[in-house]
Design a protein around this ligand. Structure first.
Ligand code: NAD
Ligand code: MG
Length: 385
């Protein structure tokens, strides 16, 4: 039986992953090693019982007793805290879904990569903060990283067996998020509730707000650079309000191969689950006659300064990705807590990058996890309101 683990099982991606596992036969068809959550132990315990997981882990040590109580008599082990997450990631598995949100997903992801197997990666933050470490860990154990982000799954599929040399450029699309059509002067007063709605995708709150600010797309540009080894000049962003085309690969011979589909994460998760084969998935087929037309526009870097910052991060290299991600996470925390306005997030991230770029070691490629976590910490301090 295939051994699987899901990190961040209770989130938006994780719940979709569990849904696919359930539909594919659940505990009868898979040996579920670990399921983990931040603080939603009710959902975690329900999932772990249903899928007969070896172990359920909450990131919050204070919740261990409650988790244990919910798992009593089930035969599922309970554990808590960051070190328990690492221990769970060290248990051998053939397929691991990395769906924790934020830099918290990096250490479990690196640990899982060291065991070999497939890492189905939704946690783009780990590639943004530590792409070279992730690649090195995969190379050492012959693990395979498969993209779960919809745009990157789309590029992966559109590329097929072609090599990088045949690619002129790739284009990832962006819906434009909640504020695509707002007058610029209104952005200053945008509320958390307004930023937490998405025109097309149902996702966790953090990535939804990151879609409104385009920090999500900025992260995805860096993710494309790290994952596919493409230079920044070969990565384009196109605003496409309908979110039907997820990415396009334009070849040197002038042909462009696009990947289309309804916005449903179960396609990208299921593709990674079934890879290298394809299997039926509970994803609606595309009906272009009903949709009628698709539209596109150039992204506006005044409205979305995060896109310019992504290019600066790629040009700087070294610890810029770790600083960018951590400063963005801090600015997002401060926006959600209403300590800063929506339009103040990008300037804070830019200021943190600018200040920390002068520090010794900033330009060096990440040597190890500790170095990345060190820069993550100081970037959060620097960006904090
Ligand atoms: P979410 O907030 O819905 O879920 C996050 C999961 O991580 C939950 O299980 C939560 O309990 C857990 N978690 C939160 N903080 C944690 C911590 N400090 N330690 C351990 N666990 C913690 O997020 P999501 O929308 O499912 O996104 C997950 C990841 O997938 C993100 O990296 C996101 O960028 C990426 N992603 C999401 C989507 C989507 O459709 N939601 C699409 C593409 C990529
Ligand atoms: Mg995406």
């Amino acid at each position: 039986m295939r051994r699987i683990s899901i990190f961040g099982a209770t989130g938006s991606v994780g719940t979709n992953g569990v849904d696919l596992i359930r539909r594919a036969g659940g505990a009868e068809a898979f040996h579920v090693v670990a399921l983990t959550a931040g603080r939603n132990i009710d959902r975690l315990a329900r999932m772990a019982r249903e899928l007969r997981a070896e172990i359920a882990v909450t990131a919050d040590e204070a919740l261990l007793g409650d988790l244990r109580a919910r798992l009593e008599g089930s035969g599922v082990e309970a554990a808590a805290g960051p070190s328990a997450l690492i221990e769970a990631a060290a248990r051998p598995a053939d397929w691991v879904l990395s769906a924790i949100v934020g830099a918290a997903g990096l250490a479990p992801g690196l640990t899982a990569l060291a065991q070999g197997g497939v890492l189905a990666l939704a946690n783009k933050e780990s590639l943004v903060c530590a792409g070279p470490l992730m690649r090195a860990a995969a190379a050492r154990s012959s693990a395979k990283i498969l993209p779960v982000d919809s745009e990157h799954s789309a590029i992966f599929q559109a590329l097929g067996s072609e090599t990088r040399d045949s690619v002129k450029h790739v284009t990832i699309t962006a819906s434009g998020g909640a504020f695509r059509d707002w007058p610029l002067e209104r952005l200053e007063a945008a509320t958390v509730a307004e930023a937490s709605t998405h025109p097309n995708w149902a996702m966790g709150q953090r990535i939804t707000i990151d879609s409104a600010s385009m920090f999500n797309k900025a992260m995805e540009v860096i993710e494309t650079h790290e994952f596919f080894g493409l230079e920044p000049e070969r990565i384009k962003v196109l605003v496409h309000p309908e979110s039907i085309i997820h990415a396009m690969v334009t070849h040197v011979d002038g042909g462009t191969i696009a990947h289309l589909g309804v916005p449903d994460m179960r396609h990208a998760i299921g593709y990674a689950l079934n890879w290298p084969e394809r299997a039926p998935l509970p994803v609606a087929a595309l009906d272009l006659a009903r949709i009628g037309s698709l539209s596109f526009r150039e992204p506006d870097e005044i409205r979305w300064p995060a896109l310019r910052l992504a290019r600066e991060v790629m040009a700087a290299g070294g610890m810029a990705g770790a600083v960018f991600n951590a400063a963005k996470e801090q600015a997002l925390d401060d926006f959600i807590a209403q300590r800063i306005g929506f339009a103040q997030m990008a300037p804070r991230v830019e200021a943190a990058l600018s200040t920390l770029s002068g520090r010794a070691g900033f330009a060096d490629a990440p040597a190890d996890l500790e170095t990345v976590l060190h820069w993550d910490r100081i970037a959060r301090q620097e960006a904090a309101a």
